[in-house]
Design a protein around this ligand. Structure first.
Ligand SMILES: C[S@@+](CC[C@H](N)C(=O)[O-])C[C@H]1O[C@@H](n2cnc3c(N)ncnc32)[C@H](O)[C@@H]1O
Length: 323
């Protein structure tokens, strides 16, 4: 194991008031896509567990957790503040998550929105290859841990074993300039391991080892499932791939956290204290100005003479005598 030193100066976790207060890389279009795929599974009666590899401070996990239904299990695997399994992974951790990532911070964020934590596995995702996620148990897997080729290729195999036939796999950063390893692992899975693309967003690849057609048909029919989204069609080596773009005009508001009202009250109090301080200062300034204006000219003149250097005072007096 290779130390990351991530917690050396980790700040105390700050409770979030709204989902947007949770740092992370999970934007509106993908939040909409997650909701769309998971709602669709509910509509079509597909049940099963949820799995996320790579959660950081919980932004996407909090959204996933909202779709958990009775009898289903949500598992999150992340290194959090423990050591990475190799030098390259350790360098990636230090570069991207230094000083911000602790398991405690993840738990604080998650519990602000949910009553119970998911099952947490604080370890490299490679430990999941031992079959601890029941084969064929999951309906949705989000792979967003290490972005290095060897890790992602392994994570895809873990997801493949974990997923139900019609389950959905989401791969983060499959096309970013700084993550060529994810691109390589993604398209390798498509061309060599039977993964079938459903749709692509700017940040994520959505695919299945089942039949992508019913989901693609529904996405096309509903123009991406939200006002402001659009869908276009591509073909890659004979396989249809949809591109989901635009921005949902308004991602449905995520419920506020359990701390929202207290945080809002504190913010109001602080703003009121601030305003009162500014008003008091303003009043004091105006009183001082009024007092100065009322002061008799002789007093003001004496004060000025007291302040001027003696050489100027002598010159002034001589000048006035000559007048
Ligand atoms: C890009 S972040 C995840 C972002 C998160 N899904 C979100 O929406 O904000 C990647 C996460 O993967 C974790 N990670 C990196 N390498 C890992 C590994 N080998 N095993 C497990 N987790 C890893 C990091 O600790 C980090 O929390």
């Amino acid at each position: 194991m290779t130390g990351t030193g991530l917690t050396a100066e980790a700040p105390k976790p700050v409770e979030p008031a709204v989902l947007g207060d949770v740092p992370g890389w999970f934007w509106d279009l993908d939040r909409h896509a997650f909701d769309w795929f998971l709602d669709r599974q509910e509509i079509t009666g597909l049940t099963g567990d949820l799995l996320e590899l790579g959660a950081y401070l919980g932004r996407s996990a909090i959204v996933l957790g909202r779709h958990l239904r009775d009898g289903e299990k949500f598992t999150v695997c992340d290194l959090f503040d423990s050591d990475a399994p190799d030098e390259e992974n350790a360098a990636e951790m230090v570069m991207s998550y230094r000083r911000t990532l602790t398991r405690e911070a993840f738990e604080t964020n998650y519990l602000a929105f949910h009553d119970e934590l998911p099952t947490l596995i604080q370890a490299p995702t490679s430990v999941l290859a031992d079959g601890r996620i029941k084969a064929g148990s999951c309906r949705f897997v989000h792979v967003d841990a290490s972005h290095l080729y060897e890790h992602v290729a392994g994570d895809i195999q873990v997801a493949r074993a974990a997923l139900k036939p019609q389950g959905v796999l989401v791969l983060d950063d499959y096309r970013s300039a700084h993550t060529p390893g994810v691109a390589a692992a993604t398209w390798e899975a498509v061309f060599n391991h039977g993964l079938r693309p459903i749709c692509l967003t700017e940040c994520k690849f959505y695919g299945t080892w089942g039949d992508p057609e019913p989901l693609q048909r529904e996405l096309l029919r509903s123009s991406g499932g939200a006002d402001g989204c659009h869908v276009s069609t591509d073909t890659i080596a004979g396989q249809r791939v949809l591109r989901l773009g635009g921005g949902p005009n308004r991602s449905p508001d995520f419920p506020v956290s359990r701390h929202h009202d207290r945080i809002a009250e504190q913010a109001e109090l602080l703003a009121a204290e601030d305003a009162a301080e500014r008003a008091a200062q303003d009043l004091a300034d105006r009183r001082a100005a009024a007092a100065a204006a009322r002061r008799p000219a002789t007093v003001a003149r004496k004060a000025a003479l007291d302040l001027l250097p003696p050489v100027f005072v002598g010159a002034l007096r001589r000048a006035r005598r000559q007048d």
